[in-house]
Design a protein around this ligand. Structure first.
Ligand code: AN7
Length: 406
C-alpha cells in the first residue's frame, strides 16, 4: 500500500523505513497519508476477509510483509434499547471493543504496529502502559517471536492486564511513578537502545485503530451515527476513529462524520480542560487519579490530534466522577449484559451526564465505545458488587436464604 509519513504541524515528510515517532524538526505528531484517488472504494465496501486487515486498502504496510494477526477486530455493535430508555434517549448502540482477542481495542493498533516492527527489523518492542497496551503488545510480540519490554506504573495496573503481560513472556518492569513517568522513560530508552516504541504516539498504531470507524459505519449500513462517545486517556483512539470517519467521507462512501465526544475521569481531565478553555494544547496534570486506571493519564501525547477531532466534528468533551463511572459500569452490565472495565464505562457515564445537562438531543443516533473487557479488572468488579452469601449445603437452608431475596 502506498503511503507517506508526515508531520501534522509543519508537514515535513519522513521516509517509510525511518524509525521516527514525532517530527524531528518541530516535535509535532506524525500522521500516515494515502493517495486517496488511487484507492478503490470497492476494496473497502466489499472486501473479503475479516477484522482489521479486510481494510488493507487503507492500511500502511509493505507489499512483501505478512501481517502479524490474531484475528483482531470484528467486534459486535449492540443495539441497547434498555440502557437507552434508562438514560432517556432513543437510539443507542455499544461497540464492544472488549471482545477483541486480548480484551481491548489495543489489538487493532498492535497488529499494524507489530507488523511494521518486523518490516523495520527491530531487535525488540517496548511500551509504557496503564495495562491494556502492555497486554496486547506482549501477545503480538509472542506471536511475532520478538522480545517485548513493558513499563507499568507500580500498583496501578488492573490484575488481568498484568497477568496477560507476564503470561505471554514480556519483560515487565514495575516503575515507581505514574504512566506519564513511564512513557517519558520508555521514549528515551527506545531511542537510545534501538527498541521500537509501540505507544499510541506511534502513528502506525492509530491506522489499525481507525478501523473501528469503518466497522461502525458498515454495521449501521453506512448511515453514520450522529455521535460517537468514548473514553480518552492518551487520546489516540479518539484521534484514530475520527480519522477513519474522515477517510470514508473523503472517499465518498459516506457524507458526514459523527460528533466525536471524549470522556475523561474527573481526576485526569487535561483534554476536557483544554476543550473548555478553547486551547489547542493541554496543560499536563501532575497527579492524575481515578479508579479507571486505564485512563489515569495526566499528559496525553495525542491531545493535539484529539482536540482537533473533537472541535472539527462539533463534538464535546466531558469529565465524570469515579462514582458515576461505577454506576454506569453496573447499569451496562445489568441492563445490557455488557461487561466492561471502569474506563470503558466512562463513555456511558459521560453520555448520561451530557444528556442530563441538555447538551445531547434525545433523538440523536449515538454509539458508545466500550474499550476493555470486565475481566481486565476483576478486583474492581468484586469491590463494587455484593459479596456471595455463604450457605450450608442443605436445600431448606438455601431455600430460606433465597426467599429473603425474592
Ligand atoms: C480500556 O494501555 O493508555 O485515549 O497504556 O485501556 O487511546 O489512550 C490504555 C488506554 C480507554 C484510552 N479505555 O485510550 C494503555 C492505555 C481503555 C484503555 C483507553 C485505554 P487512548
Amino acid at each position: 500500500m502506498e503511503y507517506r509519513v508526515e508531520c501534522i504541524r509543519c508537514g515535513r515528510e519522513f521516509p517509510r523505513d525511518e524509525i521516527v515517532y514525532t517530527c524531528t524538526r518541530c516535535k509535532g505528531l506524525l500522521d500516515i497519508k494515502y493517495d486517496y484517488s488511487s484507492i478503490d472504494n470497492e476494496g473497502i465496501l466489499k472486501s473479503k476477509g475479516r477484522g482489521v486487515w479486510r481494510y488493507r486498502a487503507l492500511l500502511p504496510f509493505e507489499e512483501w510483509s505478512r501481517p502479524v494477526t490474531i484475528n483482531e477486530g470484528d467486534t459486535p455493535l449492540y443495539r441497547c434499547d434498555r440502557l437507552a430508555k434508562a438514560i432517556g434517549i432513543k437510539n443507542l448502540w455499544v461497540k464492544h471493543e472488549g471482545l477483541n482477542p486480548t480484551g481491548s481495542f489495543k489489538d487493532r493498533g498492535m497488529t499494524v504496529g507489530v507488523t511494521k516492527a518486523l518490516e523495520l527489523h527491530v531487535k525488540g518492542v517496548a511500551c509504557a502502559s496503564t495495562g491494556n497496551t502492555s497486554a496486547s503488545l506482549a501477545i503480538f510480540a509472542a506471536k511475532a517471536g520478538i522480545p517485548c519490554y513493558v513499563l507499568l506504573p507500580k500498583g496501578k495496573v488492573a490484575l488481568g492486564k498484568v497477568a496477560q503481560a507476564m503470561m505471554h513472556g514480556a519483560k515487565v518492569f514495575s516503575l515507581r511513578g505514574n504512566f506519564d513517568d513511564a512513557l517519558r522513560v520508555v521514549r528515551i530508552l527506545c531511542e537510545e537502545e534501538n527498541l521500537y516504541l509501540l505507544n499510541s504516539v506511534n502513528p502506525y498504531r492509530l491506522e489499525g485503530q481507525k478501523t473501528i470507524a469503518f466497522e461502525i459505519a458498515e454495521q449501521l449500513n453506512w448511515n453514520i451515527p450522529d455521535r460517537v462517545v468514548l473514553p480518552v486517556g492518551n487520546a489516540g483512539n479518539i484521534s484514530a476513529i475520527y480519522k477513519g470517519f474522515l477517510e470514508l467521507e473523503r472517499l465518498g462512501i459516506t457524507s458526514s462524520v459523527p460528533m466525536m465526544t471524549g470522556i475523561q475521569a474527573e481526576g485526569a481531565q487535561p483534554v476536557v480542560r483544554a476543550f473548555r478553555e478553547g486551547r489547542a494544547e493541554i496543560t499536563p496534570e501532575p497527579n492524575p487519579e481515578t479508579i479507571a486506571s486505564a485512563i489515569r493519564i495526566g499528559n496525553p501525547v495525542n491531545a493535539m490530534k484529539a482536540l482537533l477531532a473533537i472541535r472539527d466534528s462539533g463534538g464535546l468533551a466531558e469529565s465524570v466522577t469515579d462514582a458515576e463511572i461505577t454506576d454506569s459500569q453496573l447499569l451496562l452490565a445489568r441492563l445490557e449484559g455488557i461487561g466492561v472495565e471502569p474506563a470503558s464505562a466512562a463513555s456511558i457515564a459521560g453520555l448520561r451526564k451530557l444528556y442530563d445537562g441538555g447538551e445531547i438531543e434525545r433523538g440523536e443516533r449515538i454509539v458508545c465505545i466500550t474499550t476493555g473487557h470486565l475481566l481486565k479488572d476483576p478486583e474492581r468488579a468484586i469491590a463494587i458488587c455484593e459479596p456471595p452469601e455463604e450457605v450450608i449445603a442443605d436445600v431448606d437452608a438455601v431455600r430460606h436464604a433465597l426467599h429473603l431475596h425474592t
